[in-house]
Design a protein. Structure first.
Lengths: 285, 182
């Protein structure tokens, strides 16, 4: 009887060895996906970069102030400000880009580099990226005709630190500096600041895989030019295959962060905000 | 002594160490997606496969997070569509329905029947391909059509145009002789 039991045991045991292989993940650890969906929340850059050899075309619009009322169809009758830009992933960690904003014909060149990636294992709990942007005011009119190339330049640099808290929520903090070689004296006796310091705060809350709300707040820290307000924006993000649409209300009319920080002159919380939208389209090259 | 001998004989008879098995974990899997006027591919080099010719068993799986379409955003969309966090693997487990002549180095038609599982759903499938004995092992090639709806996968959209629910799948893997103690 014991032999029979032994044989049965061996048959069962050996059969079990013919069962399925144990499934093992090929990627045991790695960067956290989708800290943010795309390289910018609304106007503020995120720690997310394009992957190598990917191109993102980004069209950004905003209109006049909603507070202009029905006569101006809540700002839509006013001229839209537009930035058309392209960003390219040189490597998975380095993205470069160029864009042109219709306001002051500002052409900007930018680069973003991911220094640290948040890991699924939490061995690195945050993602860190640095960004630089150099803009050139190319406007030709009497106001700028006498400016030299050097005088037309504006700059931005930021260190972004973000964490995907959970599947829904990601938050970012970004100390930043904006500098304009030339500033315009609007008020006699008051010298505007060439340099502004700020702390960008941003976040994204995903309702599901496709939809999310986003916000960004860029308070100026320290001295600021007369009339400069803290930029704020809140948006709704929809993703379809290949596209990310961002519809938002924002305070300023600018799109580059050096302008958002230093030259926003309307106060969102006083009811002075405008409708805008971004269209992102990523291509693999 | 007699009992010990009997046990040893039994162990030898049932030990998988003597099974004629072939294994690899660097096979290629490719899917081809179509929308009107546009086609794109995704591929992975992490296909894991085991063939046991004694038992005619085939066991394959792929970590879906290793699929790469060449577009990071599209990769993330694909992972969301396949819900890879919850269902990380595409798997096939079944039997080889046709014999393989290991002394014939020509590609030999092969049919496998079994269960294909992805996105938490499974279907009984029959897959045709070829098996080709080589100096290194056995080269397996197969292709079939995977219908996304059969596995409760909502075909993603490019703008408002949905990706074709039928996805062409191609696999190629060189399986090498393998024993359980490796």
């Amino acid at each position: 009887m014991r032999y029979v039991a032994t044989f049965i045991f061996l048959i069962v045991f050996s059969s079990s060895l013919l069962a399925q292989m144990q499934r093992q993940r090929a990627v045991k650890d790695g960067p956290v996906d989708d800290i943010f969906r795309i390289g910018s929340l609304i106007g503020m850059s995120t720690v997310v970069n394009l992957e190598a050899r990917n191109l993102n075309s980004l069209i950004t619009h905003n209109f006049g102030l909603v507070s202009s009322g029905i006569e101006e169809f809540y700002g839509l009758d006013q001229n839209a400000a537009v930035r058309l830009g392209f960003d390219y992933g040189v490597t998975d960690k380095l993205t470069i880009g160029i864009g042109r904003t219709s306001v002051e014909d500002n052409v900007d060149f930018r680069a973003k580099f991911i220094v640290l990636e948040q890991l699924k294992s939490d061995k690195i709990p945050v993602q860190v990226a640095i960004k630089g942007d150099v803009g050139i005011n190319t406007q030709k009119n009497t106001q700028f005709d006498d400016f030299t190339f050097q005088e037309r330049l504006n700059y931005f640099v930021s260190i972004m630190v973000a964490r995907k808290i959970n599947k829904q929520l990601s938050l970012q903090i970004a100390p930043m500096i904006s500098h304009f070689n030339t500033v315009k004296i609007e008020q006699a006796g008051v010298i505007p600041e060439n340099t502004h310091y700020g702390i960008g705060l941003g976040g994204r809350y995903a309702f599901d895989e496709r939809k999310a709300i986003t916000f960004e707040y860029l308070p100026v820290i320290g001295e600021r030019s007369p009339g400069t307000k803290n930029h704020f924006a809140i948006g709704y993000e929809i993703e379809t295959g290949g596209h990310v649409f961002q519809m938002f209300f924002m305070s300023g009319k600018w799109f580059t962060e050096q302008h958002l920080l230093a030259r926003t002159n309307t106060d969102f919380f006083a009811g002075d905000f405008r409708l805008g939208f971004n269209i992102n389209r990523v291509f693999g090259l | 002594m007699k009992k010990l001998f009997t046990l040893l004989i039994a162990l030898v008879l049932f030990s998988p160490l003597h099974a004629q098995s072939f294994f690899a974990e660097d096979g290629e899997a490719v899917f081809i997606s179509k929308v009107p006027l546009h086609t794109f591919e995704g591929s992975s080099q992490n296909l894991v496969g085991l063939i046991n010719l004694d038992e005619n068993i085939l066991d394959f799986y792929l970590d879906l997070e290793t699929l790469d379409t060449g577009n990071g955003k599209r990769d993330r969309d694909m992972k969301l569509t396949l819900e890879t966090e919850e269902f990380p693997f595409a798997e096939f487990y079944g039997t080889l329905e046709s014999p393989v002549d290991l002394n014939n180095s020509e590609p030999q038609p092969a049919v496998a029947k079994g269960t294909f599982k992805i996105h938490g759903k499974q279907q009984e499938v029959e897959i045709e391909g070829t098996l080709q004995p080589t100096s290194e092992g056995i080269l397996l090639k197969a292709n079939w059509i995977l219908n996304l709806n059969d596995y409760n996968i909502e075909p993603p959209s490019l703008l408002i145009i949905k990706v074709d629910e039928n996805q062409e799948i191609n696999i190629e893997i060189l399986l090498k002789p393998y024993s359980e103690d490796q």
